[in-house]
Design a protein around this ligand. Sequence first.
Ligand SMILES: [Zn+2]
Length: 277
Amino acid sequence: MIQDLDNKKLYNEYEKREAQTGDLVFYFEKDQMFIKVDGDGNPSLPTAADFPKTRLQYLFRIEENHYFLAMDDDDADAIKAMPDITKSSARNLRDLKHKELAFAAATAYHLYQWYRDNQFCGRCGFPTQHGSGERMLKCPSCGNSIYPKIAPAVIVALTDGDRIMMTKYNGRAYKRYALIAGFVEIGETAEETVIREVREEVGLKAKNVRYYKSQPWGTEQDLLLGYFCELDGDDTVTMDEDELSTAEWVHRDDMNMEDDGFSLTREMMVAFQKGEF
Ligand SMILES: [Zn+2]
C-alpha cells in the first residue's frame, strides 16, 4: 500500500525545526503541487534553498528526508520560472512512479488542507497560532485548540462464496473497479457503517463483518478501514445510482487483478482473488 515504503518509515512527530538547505518543500496551489522532473522523468521536490523568502512549516520526515510546507507564495514567481519545474496533481498520486514522494505528498496535502482551512478560529474568528510543542493550532483569544482532522471511512469487500461485489463510482475521475465504501457517521461503529453502506449502495444485507487492515489516505483527509463481510440472504442488487455507475457480483476466477502496491481497496480485491478470504 501507499504507506509501505520497504525499509523506510514516516516519522510524523511534530518538531520545532527550522528548514536546512537540502530539506524538501511541498508548495501546493489548490490541488496541484510543484515538482521537479529530470531528463529521465524522475520526479523530486524543490528544496528549502529554492524558497529563501517563504515561511516554511516543518511537517514530518521519512528517514533522513525532512519535509516542509510552503506557508505563503513569496517565492512563487521564482519557483514557477525554474526550468525543470512542473505542476502535478496532489490528488492523483498513483501516476507519480515514486513511492516515497507519493506517500509524502498525500500526507503533506492532508496537512496543507488543515493549515489552510484553520487560519482563523472557528469559534471566535481570531487568527490562530501554531501550538509550541505539538501539531495544533491555538486561538490566542478564546483558547480554542484545533488538531488535524482525520475522517474515518470504511472499504467493504462483500463476498458470497466465490463472488465479490465490485462497483464503479458515478461521476468521478476514478473509473476502475472499486469496493463499497463510505464515511463513518457520528454515533455509529465502523462495523455498523459497513452494514449501512452495503444496504445503501447495493441494497443488500451483510453479516460476519471482519476487520482487515487500515490505510491513511491523506489526499481526502481519511483513514480507510478495510472490512470483509458476507452476503446475508437475497443477492439481488439494488444500486444507488447517485453514488455508483456499476455494481455487480464478480467470480474470483474472472477478476484478473494485480496488486498495485498502492491502495487498500486493490490489496483486498487481490486477497479475495487469491482465495485468502
Ligand atoms: Zn477563538
